[in-house]
Design a protein around this ligand. Structure first.
Ligand code: FNR
Length: 190
């Protein structure tokens, strides 16, 4: 069985290191995961004034999340927190009230920064948001990536052995987590 995984990149930057990281994760994922980006860049800023008539970008976001078996968040840390564009997308997907698209979606969080703590503070805050949205999360391994440009090549290649090994392990564990959560779901236990 193949699982469809939607990934959200928390950066709108054309030279995003997190987009580079996402490319590596796509390449290193086990064969039973099919990864697709869920774009966030065209979303207006959310207001509940939209709740009666969601614009196409908001509807497309919700449909993409709801259609995925699992989600992967690949994001930078901005000012020790979640980048505004990503938080905006999460707010869109969480509404209108009673239609939270994140509910029960097995979700992984990973991020890259040039800095030593590799998005750890953003990820802690993201866990709080996703818990409120009832999204089960991969707890271990944690993935705080200190980005070294020389470790990553074109088209998702990872030149550094230990980085490639760790990211492969992360994706294997994420895949096992998705299978576990969806099995449990099918039995009605969560
Ligand atoms: C940053 N950066 C940053 N890095 C970090 O480790 N912790 C932080 O709190 C911040 N804060 C922050 C705020 C803003 C507004 C910017 C633009 C940048 C640096 C950041 O990690 C770096 O720019 C990355 O390259 C951002 O990831 P993308 O956009 O390249 O994927």
């Amino acid at each position: 069985m193949t699982f469809t995984i939607g990934y959200l990149i928390g950066s709108l930057s054309s030279g995003s290191i997190n987009r580079t990281l996402a490319g590596a994760l796509v390449r290193l994922a086990p064969d039973d995961l099919e990864l697709r980006e869920i774009p966030i860049k065209d979303l207006p800023l959310y207001s509940d004034d939209y709740d009666d008539a969601y614009p196409p970008a908001g509807t497309a976001l919700k449909e993409a999340i709801e259609g995925a078996d699992g989600l992967l968040i690949v994001s930078p840390e901005y000012n020790r927190s979640i980048p505004g564009a990503l938080k905006n997308a999460i707010d869109w997907a969480s509404r209108p009230w009673g239609t939270n698209s994140f509910a029960r979606k097995p979700t992984g969080i990973i991020g890259a920064s040039p800095g030593g703590i590799g998005t750890a503070v953003m990820q802690a805050q993201m866990r709080s948001v996703l818990s409120f949205l009832d999204a089960p999360q991969l707890n271990s391994p944690e993935a705080y990536i200190t980005f070294k440009p020389e470790a990553f090549g074109e088209d998702g290649q990872v030149h550094d052995d230990s980085t490639r090994k760790f990211l492969t392990h992360y994706m294997d564990e994420y895949a096992a987590f998705v299978r576990r959560v969806l099995d449990v779901d099918a039995q009605g236990h969560i």
